[in-house]
Ligand binder design. Sequence first.
Ligand code: NAD
Length: 477
Amino acid sequence: MQWNENLIRSVVTQVLAEVGQIPSMQGSGAATGRHGVFDCVQQAVAAARDAFEQLSERTIEDRKRIIDHIRRISIEQRVELGTMEMEETRIGRLEHKIEKLMTLGKKTPGVEFLRSEIFSGDHGLAVIEHAPFGVIGAITPVTHSLPTITGNAVSMIAGGNTLVVNPHPSGRRVAAEGVRRFNEAIYQDLGIDNLICVISEPTLESANEIFSHRDVALICVTGGPAVARAALNSGKRAIVAGPGNPPVVVDETADLARAARSIITGGAYDNNLLCIAEKEVFVVESVFDEMMSAMEQEGAVRLQPAEVDRLTREAITAVGEGAHRHDVPAKEFLGQDASVLARAVGKSVTEETELLFGETDETSPFVSVEQMMPFVPFVRCRNVDEAIDKAKQYEHGFRHTAIIHSTNVRNMTRMGRVMDTTLFVKNGPCFSALGVGGEGYLSYSIATPTGEGVTTPLTFTRERRCSMIDELCILGK
Ligand code: NAD
C-alpha cells in the first residue's frame, strides 16, 4: 500500500471518528461513517453539503479518482448488484441488469467531458469555466434504480457536485447498498464521505422535501409524467428526463432483416423497460407481410389477433377518474418476460423468447401506452407519410426518441424534421444512439422536456466567466 496525503487523511479521520472527534478539515463531519445512507432529508442534505465543501478543496484528478471507484464497483460487482436489483424490483431481465451496470461503469461521461471556452483578442482575454452547482437533488426510477444513480453520480461528481437521491421505493434497497459501497470505497481512499446520499425510506414527501430544500441547488428527475410535472412545478431549476413512447417507422426501402433484428434487440432489452425502447412499429403496406415474416425469422413470436386482444385485456388497465382516466400497463405484466405474457394468453413459448409482436390497428392501447413489456404492436400504413404522421401522433409530443429503418434519405430527413425528438435513430436498435453499437456517449437520464439531451458533467455545471481587460492576449504588437 502506498501512503499518500489522502490515505493518511482517511486513516486519521477514521480513527478520530471512532473516538468521536472529527477534525475540522473534514467540515462538520457529523455524518462521517454513514456512507451516504440516511432516513432523513435534512441530515442527508447537510451531509451532502458538507461533502461538497470538501470536494471543492480537491483537484480534478481527485474527482477522477472518486469516479474510478464508482466505475470499478459498478463493473466488478455487477453480478451481485444486478442480481440484487432484479430480486428487489422483480422487473426486467437479469442478464441486462448486470450488463447495464457494466456499460454505465465503462461509458458514462466523466471529467474528460469538462472543458473551458476562451475568447482572446484586442481587449484581452475571457475564460469561461464550468463550475458546480453544489448539492443536486436526484429522483430515480424503478426501471433502472442503481444504474441511474451510478450514471448520475459519475456525471454530477465529475462536474464538482454532490447529490441526494430519492430512489423509487421499489428499488430503494439496492440503491442504498450501491451508494453505501461507492461511499465506503471513496472514503477509504480519499477521506470524503457522503458524496452520494440516498434516502433509505423514500416517499413522495421526502421527494418534495428535497425539491424545496434551500441547500439543494438543482434537481434532476428521471421518471414518468407525474414526477416530470412535479419537478417542473417545484420552483427550482430542474433537469427533467421524462417519459417516452418511441415509435419505429419501416419503409419499403428498409433492410427488413436488419430492421427486425434491431427491433428485437432494442425492444426486448430488459423486457422493454428502457425509455428509449421501441414501443410501436408503423410499417408501409407494401412490405408489411414480409416484415412480419422477418420478425419471426429473427426469433420473435407472433401473436394472432385473438391473442393480442386477450393480452390487451390482461396487461393494460385504466387508472384515474373522469377526464384523467387513462390506460397504463398492468403491474403484473410490466417488465415481465415474453414467456409470462404468452402464458397469459394461453400460448407456450420458450423461456429464451425475447419478444412477442402482432398486428394491431392504431387504436390498440399498446400503440398509445408506454407499455414497458415485451410485446410490440405493428400497424399497417398506406405509405411512409402516413407512417411518419402516426409516429408523430403516438409519440405524444414527448420529443424523446424516434427510429426509422430506411435507405431513403428523404424519408429519414422528413421523419427527423417531423418528429423533433431528442434522439433520432436510423437503421439500428434504440441504444445505438447512446454509443452502444453506434457513436456517441451514454446516460440513463436523457433530459427531454427541459432540453439538455443526453446528460453529461457539463449539464450539471454553471458557467463562470473570468475577464482580463487589455492584457494577457499575447498575440500582436
Ligand atoms: P415513475 O414516474 O413511477 O417514478 C419515477 C420516480 O419519481 C420514482 O422515484 C417515484 O417515486 C418518483 N415520483 C413519482 N411521482 C412523483 C411525484 N408526484 N413527486 C415526486 N416524485 C415522484 O417512473 P418509473 O416507473 O420508476 O420509471 C419509468 C418511467 O421513467 C417511464 O415513463 C420512462 O420513460 C421514464 N424514464 C425516462 C428516462 C429518461 O432518460 N428520459 C430514463 C428512464 C426512465
